[in-house]
Every structure is written in C-alpha cells, then in structure tokens.
Design a protein. Structure first.
Length: 273
C-alpha cells in the first residue's frame, strides 16, 4: 500500500522525495534536524545562521540569511525542496521561491510536542522514518520525565531584543518551552498565528512588570552579555528581580535541539528552586 502524503504546516501534501532530493534549508534549527535525521548528503544549501552541527555544516553553501535570502543563489543550487518556517522567513521570499522550486515545505511548530509531528513530516518526505521515530521516542521520554517533577511557578520576562526592548507572546514556541518547567512569560498576551504581535515591544516602566520575578536575557537573536545583565540588574525599575542570561538556542530552536533544550531547562529550573 502506498504511504499517505505528508502534510506540512501550510496544509500542502508532499509525496516521498526519493534518493535524489536536493534540499535547501532556510531555517537554522531545521538544518540541524536534517543532519540528525541522516540527510547530510542531500543538503545543498543553508542560511548563514544555520551553524549547527558546527563542523559538518560548514561544507554546505550559504544562500544569505533567513530574512535576506539570495534568490539567485538558491536557484543556482537547483533544489527539489526548500524548507521554510512561517515565523522566520518572509512570505514574499517564499512566493519568489515557489516560482522555480518544485516543493516548498512549510514548518511552524508552536509547542515542544509539535516537534514530534515535525520529525514525522520530514521522516516521511525524505524516507528517514526510523531516525525520525528515534527522535520522537527520545523527546517523549524527556516530556514524561518533566511531568514527574513538581515545578514551582515562576513569572518571567524573556527579552529577545533591545532598542526597542522586545519580548515574546504566550503563544510562541519560546513561551511554550518555558511553561514546561512552569515558567510563565509576561506580559500575559497572545500574538496570534503570525506577525509582529508575537514579539511585542515593551518599556521597563510597564505596570505588568511588577508581576515579574526573573528577567531572562536571551543569547539570540540579540546577543545579550554580562554587561547588559549587570546594567539591568542595577536599574531601579528592576529592583528585587533576578536578572540572568539564558541560552536562546536551547529555548527557541525546535527540531532535534528541543531534546537538549528540555534537559537545559530542567537544569536551570532546578537551580532556581
């Protein structure tokens, strides 16, 4: 019996790719996942932000950034598949790629558990179901381990940018990751499926900041440093709040990184108890 087509986040069904697939990934965490699935020989292009696995990814040609894709560079690679993400890639760019790429695979995980569907999708398209199933089983084991522990509730501000200051809405993947250890992001807003409202700007005199116990300065997309942490810790608006750096890759990268990300969150959450 022929396997049912795999359906991506845009509702598009994809047939099995075959052994001659040529993949361009425009999503850093997906590039890492493709390597974890054993697809290294089929990856022909990636963005400059696709930096993991660090030693092996260097051999893959770059095609610009996630927001500034070099269309001609992609065209020259003759991909059969380009993998994109609703949050990370511009709709206009994806439309341009559709003109000459036979298969655009759209991804949009919003919770850690969504990674299981992501593994299954890529496993079905690129015939690496065993590797995908192994990742799914490993992620399930991590989620079960999380559920066995009682995590005290924490109210956090997760900062991703400065000038302007920006954070995350509660319906983002980042916020869902933090909720695994009962850390709830503030402000208590939802941003919708797409758009800038998912990553709202804020000021440190916002009334809701009184609810926050911990301020988490992410290492990406803005690379916060000890100097930023020290400056904010001395700010009168944040008096009495814990200000600390957090590894943004571990919290915001889905795919195979989600497994290590859960281990990382469990470690720092235990230290905060």
């Amino acid at each position: 019996m022929r396997a049912a087509p795999a359906v991506d986040a845009a509702g598009v069904a994809h047939a099995p790719a075959g052994a001659n697939a040529r993949i361009v990934s425009l999503v850093p965490s997906i590039t890492e996942l493709l390597f974890a699935l054993g697809l290294e020989q089929r990856i022909v292009g990636r963005t400059g932000f696709c930096i993991h696995p660090r030693e092996r990814v260097r051999a893959v040609p770059k095609v610009g950034g996630t927001k500034a894709v070099k269309i001609d560079a992609v065209r020259a690679l003759k991909p059969t598949h380009v993998i994109v993400n609703i949050d990370e890639n511009e709709p206009a760019t994806v439309d341009l790629l559709r003109a000459f790429v036979p298969n655009i695979v759209v991804t949009h995980p919003l919770t850690p558990r969504d990674n299981i569907a992501l593994y299954t999708l890529l496993g079905a398209i690129f015939d690496c179901r065993d590797a995908a199933r192994h990742l799914a089983d490993t992620l399930e084991a991590r989620l079960r381990a999380l559920a066995l522990e009682a995590w005290p509730e924490r109210r956090v501000l997760y900062v991703i940018w400065r000038e302007p200051w920006m954070t995350v809405a509660r319906d983002t993947y980042i916020s869902a990751m933090l909720r695994l250890v009962n850390w709830h992001t503030w402000p208590a807003v939802r941003g919708g499926a797409t758009g800038a409202a998912r990553y709202p700007s804020f000021d440190f005199d916002a009334p809701w900041l009184a609810n926050v116990e911990r301020v988490l300065l992410s290492s990406e997309p803005y690379r916060f440093t000890d100097a930023h942490r020290n400056a904010l810790a001395a700010d009168p608006w944040l008096a009495g709040k814990k200000v600390e750096l957090i590894d943004g890759e571990m919290v915001s990268w889905y795919g195979s990184r989600a497994i290590a990300g859960i281990d990382y969150l469990m470690q720092i959450a235990r230290a905060a108890i």
